[in-house]
Design a protein around this ligand. Structure first.
Ligand code: AHR
Length: 492
């Protein structure tokens, strides 16, 4: 029996709901087909946006959605994506398969998508190949309510009122696909571009600077040296889990060995140390912690599915993805005093997606169900916990998170081992000796490679969990191998 101690009266940090955010890029079948099919499609849609997909994202309470990229953001010219659709300029999506982008999904369509989902928009501006004027005018177009060239243009295109836009990124991966810049050069450009991104009519932008790639601590050092809290509210980190650790042969999304499973978990867990070290550097330059960290791209990146366009990055999603999603979210929750947002890559049909589509069919992936389980932690207060953990196969056997919100205690626990059941006794203080469990759910499969398909969409699905008992403030649970359990309790 492993002991877990929870002190619900020791409140450590608030878990920003934006930690459960998503990312949608003009990449492969994410936007086109996956989200946007156009008003004339036979697939049921509202203003061109698939009803099934927007409903599934709304159910997940997606808090924030990042768009239009990714690498695409730094070659996106927003003016090509407004106005009468038939006259919109076509362009080549050079990063992702060299396909023609017809710009039928642009600024207006993105805000409509966010309206349908009920989430905050997070827009990534083009610093790599765009001008200061272009970025400045985009902000004016979206957020200025008075009379001006851009506000008038927006009105001409059918939108009277300005939109509310908070999150605005200035460049994406400027150290790589966004211009191959050195940090000092980027920091100077950032300072210049952000100057002209104005706050109109009480719309206050939350500006995000391009942060490091994975463990590039030198980038963080230089950026933090150059940027002050009045320039930026946050810097972003991108970290992808490559199952094999080899970018040239990342590993198959479904047909992987047990060894590869444990290797993937190990690579996913690296993000904990990476985050801690970036935060330490940030503290040196910003001791008051006014600048937050956003993990605005994360997830498993596997080889593309056989027979699919290599530039589309389409991959299946198994119980392995569910486990690593839970581990990542636990780590973000642990660092929630400094992590203000995280966006998994990417929402639909790309990398570690929560949704896959094929024609008019849609499936929710195992990763979707993890986000569903973790909704209970949104805006909760992280409380003190300790657990009798141990290592096997080179990884910790257990991972967990515990929060309190509105007098409800929520605990999520993951058993990462593929063969061993784990008995856990949760000792809860600072809450109540008289508990009532209001919800207990589990996500588990007999084989970690199991996934949902268009013909069998519920191979991996949430089930009610009953393998627990409760006795005077203690909860005893039996965690099956490779499982994620979520329990919510209230005071009786
Ligand atoms: O998510 C796919 C790509 O990964 C993004 O476009 C880019 O920002 C990152 O390298």
């Amino acid at each position: 029996m492993k002991k877990m101690t929870i002190n619900a009266s020791a409140r450590l940090s608030r878990v920003n709901r934006n930690i459960f955010g998503h990312f949608s890029e003009h990449l492969g079948r994410c936007i086109y087909e996956g989200i946007y099919v156009g008003e004339n499609s036979t697939i049921p849609n509202t203003n061109g946006i698939r009803n099934d997909v927007s409903a599934a994202l709304r159910e997940l309470e997606v808090p924030v959605l990042r768009w239009p990229g990714g690498c695409f953001a730094d070659e996106y010219h927003w003016m090509d994506g407004i106005g009468e659709k038939s006259t919109r300029k076509k362009m080549i999506n050079t990063h992702w398969g060299g396909v023609t982008e017809d710009n039928s999904f642009g600024t207006h369509e993105f805000f409509e998508l966010c309206r349908q989902i009920g989430c905050e928009p997070y827009i990534a501006g083009n610093l790599g190949s765009g001008t200061v004027q272009e970025m400045s005018q985009w902000v004016e177009y979206m957020t200025f309510g008075g009379v001006s060239p851009m506000a008038d243009l927006r009105r001409k295109n059918g939108r009277d009122e300005p939109w509310k836009l908070k999150y605005f990124g200035i460049g994406n991966e400027s150290w790589g696909c966004g211009g191959n810049m050195r940090p000092q050069y980027y920091a100077d450009l950032y300072r210049q571009y952000q100057t002209y991104c104005r706050n109109y009519d009480g719309n206050e932008l939350y500006k995000v600077a391009c942060g490091p790639n994975a463990d590039d601590y030198g980038w963080t050092e230089e950026i933090m040296r150059a940027l002050k809290p009045w320039h930026t509210k946050a810097i972003s980190l991108h970290y992808y889990t490559i199952p094999t650790g080899d970018w040239n042969k990342k590993g198959d999304a479904v047909n992987f060995s047990e060894g590869e499973y444990y290797g993937t978990v190990k690579n996913a867990l690296r993000i904990d140390e990476i985050i801690s070290r970036h935060l330490d550097i940030m503290s040196v330059y910003d001791p008051a912690h006014e600048i937050g960290l956003i993990v605005d791209e994360w997830g498993n990146w596997c080889d593309v599915e056989k027979g699919t366009n290599p530039g589309f990055l389409y991959q299946q999603n198994t119980m392995r993805d569910a486990v690593t999603a839970a581990l990542n979210l636990d780590i973000f929750i642990k660092h929630s005093d400094r992590i203000v947002m995280a966006n998994i890559a990417q929402a639909v049909n790309v990398l570690q997606s929560v949704i896959l589509t094929e024609g008019d069919k849609m499936v929710k992936t195992p990763t979707y169900h993890v986000f569903d389980l973790y909704r209970r932690h949104m805006d909760g207060e992280r409380v003190f916990t300790s657990i009798d953990n141990f290592e096997k196969e080179g990884i910790p056997a257990l991972s967990h998170a515990a929060t309190v919100k509105n007098d409800e205690l929520s605990v999520t626990i993951t058993n990462t081992l593929l063969k061993e059941t784990q008995d856990i006794e949760m000792d809860i203080t600072g809450f109540s000796d008289n508990l009532s469990i209001t919800q207990a759910q589990i996500l588990t499969t007999d084989d970690v490679r199991i996934h949902n398909t268009f013909d069998s969409a519920a191979n991996v699905a949430l089930k009610d969990f009953s393998d627990y008992s409760e006795d005077r403030g203690r909860i005893m649970i039996k965690l099956p191998p490779c499982s994620i359990v979520a329990i919510t309790a209230v005071k009786k």
